[in-house]
Design a protein around this ligand. Structure first.
Ligand code: NAP
Length: 322
């Protein structure tokens, strides 16, 4: 095997000055999550000392096995961080009005600081109506129109958890995203669109691609930072990636043999990228961690409001890169 290092062509990524070609460095979401969750324990302790135990309510309608796993992970993360969880499991045939009544009860409950509806909902329930019923003060998933609108104008109370986690993962590389070419592949309401808005807010030049994008590669090849959230295993191959790019793989796909993979050909692309997230162990752990972050933030806001009647604290400082 030839171990002579190849020359890395110059890239505009000033964070990586070495000239020798190397395999990408791994952005370790599991390690960052662990570190953040350790910090959460201190914040929970401070809240409890002031008489507030942060609480997260998770509503699951129906019996989707994947949803049950996701809810289980969220409840476990709450326990780990000292956040009280309220797991509300409703049967598949629950009528919409009952789901709305459950939300109204949780909106009024001072022990609950965050409310999350596990998606997808059964088809007879209007998901948008249900999401709009959650108090904006408890919308820790960030899916309420108020929070979505906040992203458009550059501040929001609760950034949606997955893009929020991606943003912190990017920060660990030491990259200033301002002026970078960012390409986001996937334009869903929960990942791609809010991701694009957050990075636009941080002055990146953002391209948003989706299933109808013609010649995806002509866009991805220009990306200094490539974020992929399409749910298509093997979608991004090395020829589509610029040398030295940062590659964040949000995709989670289960192959017929049971293996979990992302949307990026990890083995091939890591030979070209400067940084890359693995799947699993990249974005996945961060999503749940940011849910806890938002829940703590909500509890801290509630406490401040109680103490000072100050309703002006709308902005999420991490979003602004503070
Ligand atoms: P989604 O709602 O199905 O959206 C997929 C997006 O990808 C759509 O905008 C779609 O375009 C686009 N797309 C599909 N095929 C494409 C292609 N060949 N080329 C370019 N774009 C394509 O999915 P999602 O909820 O955003 O999730 C995306 C992936 O991320 C899934 O694998 C999901 O499991 C994963 N995920 C992971 C986390 C985590 O914590 N790591 C969290 C959420 C989601 P159109 O809009 O044109 O249909």
């Amino acid at each position: 095997m030839n171990s002579t290092p190849r020359k890395r062509p110059p890239t505009p990524n000033h964070f990586n000055q070495e000239t020798e070609f190397m395999t990408a460095r791994i952005i370790d979401g599991k390690a960052l999550s662990k570190q953040l969750r350790e910090g959460f324990k201190t914040r929970v302790g401070a809240l409890v000392a002031q008489g507030v135990t942060p609480g997260l309510a998770v509503i699951l309608v129906g019996d989707n096995p994947a949803s049950r796993v996701y809810v289980g992970n969220k409840v476990k993360a709450c326990e780990e961080c000292g956040v009280r969880s309220f797991h509300i499991a409703l049967p598949d045939d629950t009528v919409e009005s009952e789901v709305l009544a459950t939300i109204a009860r949780l909106n009024a409950d001072p022990a609950v600081h965050g409310i999350l509806i596990q998606l997808p909902l059964p088809p007879h329930i209007d998901g948008r109506k249900v999401l709009e019923a959650i108090s904006v003060h408890k919308d820790v998933d960030g899916f309420h129109l108020y929070n979505v609108g906040g992203l458009v104008v550059g501040n929001t109370i609760f950034p949606p958890c997955t893009p929020y986690g991606v943003q912190l993962l990017l920060d660990t590389t030491g990259t200033d995203v301002a002026g970078q070419n960012v390409v986001v592949v996937g334009a869903s309401n929960i990942v791609g669109k809010p991701m694009a808005l957050m990075l636009l807010q941080r002055e990146a030049t953002v391209t948003l691609c989706h299933a109808k994008t013609r010649d995806l590669a002509q866009h991805t090849i220009l990306a200094d930072i490539l974020i992929v959230a399409a749910g298509k295993p093997g979608l991004i191959v090395p020829q589509m990636v610029k040398q030295g790019a940062i590659v964040i793989d949000v995709g989670i796909n289960r192959l017929p043999d049971g293996k979990i993979v992302g949307d990026v050909d990890f083995e091939g692309v890591k030979e070209k990228a400067s940084w890359i997230t693995p799947v699993p162990g990249g974005v996945g752990p961060m999503t749940v961690t940011m849910l806890i972050e938002n829940t703590l933030r909500s509890a801290e806001r509630a406490l401040r409001m109680r103490q000072t009647d100050d309703y002006q604290d709308w902005e999420a400082p991490l979003l602004k890169g503070a």
